[in-house]
Design a protein around this ligand. Structure first.
Ligand code: PLP
Length: 430
C-alpha cells in the first residue's frame, strides 16, 4: 500500500468492532465494502473497482450521484445558512419545497408537515389520524388497520404496522401496540382483478371500523415486505371502503413516490386521493434525509380545532434548509426531464434483460413494474456470498430474503441495465 492509499483507507477493523450497519450483528456482522466516491450510476470502491449501481441507495438516488445541479443547490444554500430552527422561523427553501409538493401530489393534499426520515413521516401520519378523531370527539378510534407484507419503517409505531412476521414483532411483542391485519393484496398489478379480495377486506371493516382511526398501506407496491405489485382496483376499492366506514386512508409513498412506478405517485394508478400521504426517500434525490406528511384541509382543520389545538410534533431539524434546497432542485430536475419516457425505457430494458432468469431452476417469478425489477427465488439468498460475486463482476445489488431486485437510478444507460441483469442470471445459473 502506498502512502496516499494508507491515508485515505477506511479503518475496517474499527468499523467491524464499533459500528452498527443496518440490520446486522455487532459480533458477527456481514461484510462491508469501503466506498470512496460515487458518480452518475457508478460506485467506486476504495480498492479502485467501479460498480454499476442497481439500488439507487434504497430507492433514493434517482438522478444518480454527484449530480452537478444538486451539488450546486447545496453549495449555494450552505453559503446562506445550513440550518436554522423551524420554530418561529421560516425560509424560502422550505416554502418553495412545500409549494412544489402541493403542486405535484393529489389536489386535496394541501397541508405539509416536514420531517426528518420516512419512519418519522409515518409516525406523524399516525398522530394526525389519531388527533383528528379525538378532535371530532370520537374517542374509540385508536387502532390502525393495514395488510400483511407491509413495511413502514423501524420506529415503534411504524414497526407495529409492518408485516408481523418479517418485521420481527416477536422481539418487541409486549411493547408494541396491537393493530388489525387484513391479508396482503393478491391480484397482481397487470392480472385480472379478483373482486372477492374486497369482500374479504370489507369483513375486516365491518368487524373493526368503530375502533379504527386509519388504514395504512403502501400504494400499488409493497416494498421491503415482499415486493408485491398489486392491482390498482384493490387500492381503489380500499379507498371506497375507507369512505364508507369512516376510516381515514394513509398512503405510504415513501418508496413509490417520484416516478418509480411509472406515475409521479403510485396512488395515481388507482386515481385516488388518500387523507394523509407520506413521502421520503427520493425526495432529495438521495442527497439528504428528509420526508414529508401531507394532508387535506379537512384533516388539518380538525386537528387544529381539536383538544390539543396543535399538531404535536416538531423535530429539531424540521425543514432543514439544505435538505429542502436539494429537494427543490431534485424535483425541478425530475419535472424538467422526460421522466415518464425514462421510466418506460427502464421498464422495457428490465423486462427484456431479466426475462432469461425465468428459465432458471431456482427462479420462482420475475416481475417488473415501472423502474423496478424483481427476481424471486425459491430460497433465502445468502447475502454475503451473492454480493461478493456481484462485486467480482462489477455491480452493486443487495438482495433481501428470497428477493433479488433492481431499482436503478433513472439515468442508468441500457447497457448497464443489461449488465446488472446478466450478473443476476450468471450468479443464479448454477
Ligand atoms: C424506507 C421506507 C420507510 C422508512 O423510511 P426511513 O427513511 O428509512 O425511516 C417507510 N415506508 C416505506 C414504504 C419505505 O420504503
Amino acid at each position: 500500500m502506498n502512502n496516499k492509499q494508507s491515508q485515505i483507507s477506511v479503518d475496517l477493523e474499527f468499523d467491524k468492532k464499533h459500528i452498527w450497519h443496518p440490520y446486522t450483528s455487532m459480533t458477527a456482522p456481514l461484510p462491508v465494502y469501503p466506498v470512496v466516491s460515487a458518480n452518475k450510476n457508478i460506485i467506486t470502491l476504495e480498492s479502485g473497482e467501479n460498480l454499476i449501481d442497481g439500488m439507487a441507495s434504497w430507492w433514493s438516488a434517482i438522478h444518480g450521484y454527484n449530480h452537478p445541479v444538486l451539488n450546486e443547490a447545496l453549495t449555494n444554500q450552505i453559503s446562506q445558512m445550513s440550518h436554522i430552527m423551524f420554530g418561529g422561523i421560516t425560509h424560502a427553501p422550505a416554502v418553495n419545497l412545500c409549494k412544489k409538493l402541493i403542486e405535484i401530489t393529489p389536489e386535496q393534499l394541501t397541508k405539509v408537515f416536514l420531517a426528518d426520515s420516512g419512519s418519522v413521516a409515518v409516525e406523524v401520519a399516525i398522530k394526525m389520524a389519531l388527533q383528528y378523531w379525538q378532535s371530532q370527539n370520537i374517542k374509540n378510534k385508536t387502532k390502525l388497520m393495514t395488510v400483511t407484507k407491509g413495511y413502514h419503517g423501524d420506529t415503534f409505531a411504524a414497526m407495529s404496522i409492518c408485516d408481523p412476521i418479517n418485521s420481527m414483532h416477536a422481539l418487541y411483542q409486549d411493547f408494541l401496540p396491537q393493530h388489525i391485519f387484513a391479508p396482503a393484496p393478491i391480484s397482481s398489478f397487470d392480472a385480472e382483478f379478483d373482486a372477492n379480495e374486497l369482500n374479504i377486506l370489507e369483513n375486516y371493516f365491518i368487524a373493526h371500523h368503530e375502533n379504527v382511526a386509519a388504514f395504512i398501506i403502501e400504494p400499488i407496491v409493497q416494498n421491503a415486505g415482499g415486493m408485491n405489485f398489486y392491482h390498482p382496483d384493490y387500492l381503489a376499492g380500499l379507498s371506497e371502503l375507507c369512505d364508507k366506514y369512516n376510516v381515514l386512508l394513509i398512503c405510504d409513498e415513501i418508496a413509490t413516490g417520484f416516478g418509480r412506478t411509472g406515475k409521479m405517485f403510485a396512488v395515481e394508478h388507482a386515481k385516488i386521493t388518500p387523507d394523509i400521504m407520506c413521502i421520503g426517500k427520493a425526495i432529495t434525490g438521495g442527497y439528504m434525509t428528509l420526508s414529508a406528511t401531507l394532508t387535506s384541509d379537512k384533516i388539518a382543520k380538525g386537528i387544529s380545532e381539536g383538544a390539543a389545538g396543535v399538531m404535536m410534533h416538531g423535530p429539531t431539524f424540521m425543514g432543514n434548509p439544505l435538505a429542502c434546497s436539494v429537494a427543490c432542485a431534485s424535483i425541478d430536475l425530475l419535472l424538467a426531464s422526460n421522466w415518464q419516457n425514462t421510466v418506460q425505457d427502464l421498464n422495457a430494458w428490465l423486462t427484456q434483460f431479466l426475462a432469461p432468469c425465468n428459465d432458471l431452476e431456482q427462479v420462482e417469478n420475475v416481475r417488473i413494474l415501472g423502474a423496478i425489477g424483481v427476481v424471486e427465488i425459491d430460497k433465502v439468498v445468502d447475502v454475503a456470498q451473492f454480493q461478493k460475486k456481484c462485486i467480482e463482476q462489477g455491480v452493486w445489488i443487495r438482495p433481501y430474503g428470497k428477493l433479488i431486485y433492481l431499482m436503478p437510478p433513472y439515468i442508468t444507460p441500457k447497457n448497464d441495465i443489461k449488465k446488472l441483469a446478466d450478473v443476476i442470471y450468471s450468479i443464479l445459473d448454477i
